[in-house]
Design a protein around this ligand. Structure first.
Ligand code: DX5
Ligand code: ZN
Length: 217
């Protein structure tokens, strides 16, 4: 079954603790934490202090998506705050091989994300050090944008590229009930969904729908 990682960005920020407890109870697998720095993307979100505050509430895997320029300096902050997966952007790293090594040294799973415009081939030299590839299906920076279906092609190519390797593929941006099947059939192991889950009136049924996506061709 597909792993579901609700994006906290779409939650009620006045009630974050309540939202995390509700999403845990509703059957989520991971919790997607979008970190934006106002440089790599034109938006600001939150930092490690928020993650540290939420960490004791749940055993959900903390899936941290760093949309920041120069993430190297910040890896330890997010590792210490309680992240389980730390994903950096290919476009934001000066030395990706070194950054991936650092994440592993901190005892965390190492992810790499690609903007929609970035060709998947750039990851080929790094595959042995990558635990997760996060495929963006919107331009990073904001929740609630429309899914870019032309990214499905790239997703299928990535699936082929990682064949036989221990690498999970996660898709992020504009995921909902009508495109989740396409993503899973093209190779997604995990789906991020912000608006679709948090703007629904029943988190459990929204998660259930996404978890059971795929096939039905
Ligand atoms: C966008 C973020 C996404 C976003 C997803 O830059 O990386 O994780 O929160 O939100 P939805 O599902 O609303 O597109
Ligand atoms: Zn994200």
């Amino acid at each position: 079954m597909t792993l579901i990682s609700p994006s906290l960005l779409a939650a009620d920020f006045g009630n974050l603790q309540k939202e995390v407890l509700a999403i845990d109870k509703a059957g989520a697998d991971w919790l997607h934490l979008d970190i934006m720095d106002g440089h790599f993307v034109p938006n600001l979100t939150f930092g490690p202090q928020v993650i540290r505050t939420l960490r004791p509430l749940t055993k959900l895997v903390f899936d941290t998506h760093l949309m920041v320029e120069g993430p190297e300096e910040m890896l330890k902050w997010f590792a210490d705050a309680g992240s389980d997966i730390i994903t950096v952007h290919f476009e934001a790293c000066k030395n990706l091989a070194q950054t991936l090594k650092e994440i592993k040294k901190l005892g965390k799973k190492a992810g790499v994300s690609l903007r929609p415009q970035t060709n998947e081939k750039v990851l080929e030299p790094f595959l042995d050090d990558i635990d997760l590839i996060l495929v963006m299906t919107v331009n990073p920076g904001f929740g609630g944008q429309a899914f870019m279906s032309e990214q499905l092609n790239k997703l299928a190519k990535i699936k082929k590229m990682v064949e036989g390797k221990d690498i999970l593929i996660e898709v992020d941006g504009g995921i909902n009930a009508s495109n989740a099947d396409l993503c899973v059939n093209a190779g997604a192991d995990a789906l991020v969904a912000g608006s679709y889950i948090f703007k629904s009136d029943n988190y459990a049924s929204a998660i259930y729908t996404l978890k059971n996506s795929g096939e039905k061709l």
